[in-house]
Design a binder for this molecule. Structure first.
Ligand SMILES: Cc1cc2nc3c(=O)[nH]c(=O)nc-3n(C[C@H](O)[C@H](O)[C@H](O)COP(=O)(O)O)c2cc1C
Length: 158
C-alpha cells in the first residue's frame, strides 16, 4: 500500500448506511459489532455480505455461527453505532433485543433487519467476507443513519 491514509480517505468518499451484525457464540453469549461493509449480493437466491476484520474479538463467533443477523440503524441511533463499535464484552447489557428461533439476536428498534443463514465465507486480506442467505427480513419507516468521510451523517434535502 503506497499511501494508506490516502486510500482510507478515498474509500471514505463512498457514503454507506450503518448496521450492527449480530450472532450467538458457542456458549450462548450474544455478539454484535458495528458494520458499514454490508451489501446486497443476489436476489435469487437472496444473498447479502459484509466483512469482518480478522482481529475482531467476535471473529470466532461469526465464523462458527450457523446464522447471523444484520440490523440497519436509523438516523437517531448514533449512540448504538458507537456502542457496538467498542471492543468489549457484555455489549448487549441494557440493550433491547430479542432472539429468533435460530438464536440470532436482533435489535428491537432497527430501521430494517435481515436474518441470515451462513452461506459462504471468503478469506480476503485482513478481513473475511461473510455471505449470508436471507431467511427472514423486515423494514420500518424512517431515515437511515449514514457514514461518510469517517463520520456519521444523516440525509438532508439541501
Ligand atoms: C461506522 C463503522 C463501520 C464499521 N464497519 C466495520 C466492518 O464493516 N467490519 C468490521 O470488521 N469492523 C467494522 N467496524 C469496526 C468495528 O465496529 C469495531 O472494530 C469493533 O466493534 C471492535 O470490537 P471487536 O474488536 O471486538 O470486534 C466499523 C466501525 C464503525 C464505527
Amino acid at each position: 500500500m503506497q499511501d494508506p491514509k490516502k486510500f482510507r480517505r478515498s474509500l471514505g468518499r463512498f457514503a454507506t448506511g450503518v448496521t450492527v451484525a449480530t450472532c450467538t457464540g458457542a456458549d450462548g453469549e450474544p455478539f454484535g459489532l458495528t458494520v458499514n461493509s454490508f451489501s446486497s449480493v443476489s436476489l435469487e437466491p437472496p444473498l447479502v455480505l459484509w466483512n469482518i476484520a480478522k482481529v475482531s474479538r467476535s471473529l470466532e463467533a461469526f465464523l462458527e455461527a450457523s446464522h447471523f443477523g444484520v440490523n440497519v440503524l436509523a438516523r437517531d441511533q448514533r449512540d448504538l453505532a458507537a456502542h457496538f463499535a467498542r471492543s468489549a464484552t457484555g455489549l448487549f447489557e441494557g440493550i433491547s433485543f430479542h432472539r429468533t428461533g435460530h438464536g440470532v439476536p436482533l435489535l428491537d428498534s432497527s430501521l430494517a433487519w435481515f436474518e441470515c443463514r451462513s452461506y459462504q465465507r471468503h478469506d480476503c486480506g485482513d478481513h473475511y467476507i461473510l455471505v449470508g442467505e436471507v431467511i427472514a427480513y423486515d423494514a420500518a419507516d424512517g431515515d437511515p443513519l449514514l457514514f461518510y468521510r469517517g463520520d456519521y451523517a444523516v440525509l438532508s434535502d439541501g
